[in-house]
Design a binder for this molecule. Structure first.
Ligand SMILES: [Zn+2]
Length: 381
């Protein structure tokens, strides 16, 4: 499968985007703003993009499209995501609260949602976020389901912090593409055209000889400096604040659970615990068929430098995971799915894939809750 994906991406993306002016960023045209996007005069301004908005007031004005485009008929648009989160914060005020963690390049607020069971103090904290990458909507669906289920029965002793959309500008562009029926636009980046998943601070040095070979060098790249983008800065500030025990970053596609290192071959000191938790997640799925591997060992020609899991593990010591949701929505016998990048990452029916992602993350959270409960029982005289 991994060879197939590699070959397929070489054949399809490489010729299309080979003349991108923004090498070595490998995918090309995703940094182009859609024609209907208003220009952004503040894009290059270096400033602290702090955010003090009140979630419930802000979300009241969020609107959703009246009808969904057929290609995304069972997916939530960001307006609907925020409306759902607003009704949860209103229904369960002592359990869940929304907090703005910063602003994107285009000054959209980035929201976190903190879920805590007030009956027991927090022993463990789990951070789950989605959509570093603009086209990968499945992760947001998983976060919404986690929010709905965990507020109704919040785990004891485990605080869960959710960020449904880390890259609201990229997401907004994909929404515009869908609403205007634009097909075949590959979007991964934020509004500065940067891949937020190569903007982190750990394992940035590219030394592999594969980085020099013509067909593999496109996979070897980082941003110009660590934490150069407001979206990654916001997430890093959040992690510094909550000091998570575990971090899950939701992506698509592949059916993998990856753990660090991504930019190195050698194992981390916590290899066994990473493997154990990854296996807990995979066993918690009903029909996922996912596999787990150290990201830097996905294939011998592949390394991912400056990725988020290396950062959250290397800087904060959090057990860190990437889940690549689904095995893709591409059907090689259906050209409409091959030419539509949205469909690559987001199968037509999200439900079974959302369940697999939800069950995996829930398994991780309840592994910690079990440890809290067990420690409680053990200390009873
Ligand atoms: Zn991704």
């Amino acid at each position: 499968m991994r060879f197939f994906v590699f070959l397929f991406s070489l054949l399809v993306i490489a010729p299309v985007h080979a003349d991108s002016p923004r090498r070595p960023f490998p995918h090309g045209q995703e940094d182009k703003a859609p024609e209907d996007e208003t220009p952004n005069p503040t894009a290059d301004r270096k400033e602290q993009r702090s955010c003090t908005l009140n979630f419930n007031t802000w979300a009241k004005r969020k609107e959703a499209p009246e009808t969904h485009p057929e290609r995304a008929k069972d997916y939530l648009f960001s307006g609907e995501v925020m409306q759902k989160m607003r009704s949860l914060t209103q229904e369960w005020p002592g359990i869940i609260r929304g907090e703005c963690i910063g602003r994107s390049v285009r000054r959209h607020p980035i929201w976190s949602f903190h879920i805590e069971n007030p009956t027991r103090p927090t022993t463990y904290t789990v951070l789950v976020f989605a959509q570093l990458h603009a086209l990968e909507w499945l992760g947001t669906e998983v976060v919404v389901k986690l929010a709905e289920q965990l507020t109704a029965s919040a785990p004891e002793g485990v605080k869960v912090v959710l960020v449904p959309i880390v890259n609201p500008d990229g997401r907004d562009r994909v929404e515009r593409d869908l609403l205007n029926d634009r097909v075949g636009i590959y979007r991964r980046a934020n509004a500065n055209g940067l891949d937020l998943n190569r903007d982190w601070s750990v394992n940035r040095d590219i030394t592999s000889f594969w980085a020099k070979l013509p067909f593999t060098k496109r996979y070897y790249y980082t941003s110009h400096e660590p934490l150069s983008q407001p979206e990654s800065q916001a997430l890093d500030r959040l992690a510094a604040d909550i000091q998570p025990d575990a971090v899950v970053s939701l992506h698509a596609f592949g059916g993998y659970v990856y753990y660090p290192w991504g930019g190195r071959n050698d194992p981390t000191e916590d290899q066994r615990e990473h493997q154990r938790l990854a296996e807990v997640m995979i066993r918690s799925q009903s029909n996922g068929g996912y596999i787990t591997v150290q990201l830097g060992k996905w294939a011998n020609w592949f390394k991912a430098h400056g990725v988020e899991i290396d950062h959250f593990y290397g800087k904060y010591g959090a057990k860190s995971f990437i889940i690549e949701l689904s095995h893709s929505g591409i059907n090689l016998f259906d050209w409409d799915t091959v030419r539509d990048f949205f469909r690559w990452y987001n199968p037509i029916d999200p439900a079974p894939h959302v369940d697999n992602g939800y069950n995996a993350v829930r398994g991780l959270i309840y592994d910690y809750a079990y440890q809290v409960r067990k420690a409680g029982i053990d200390t009873v005289p």
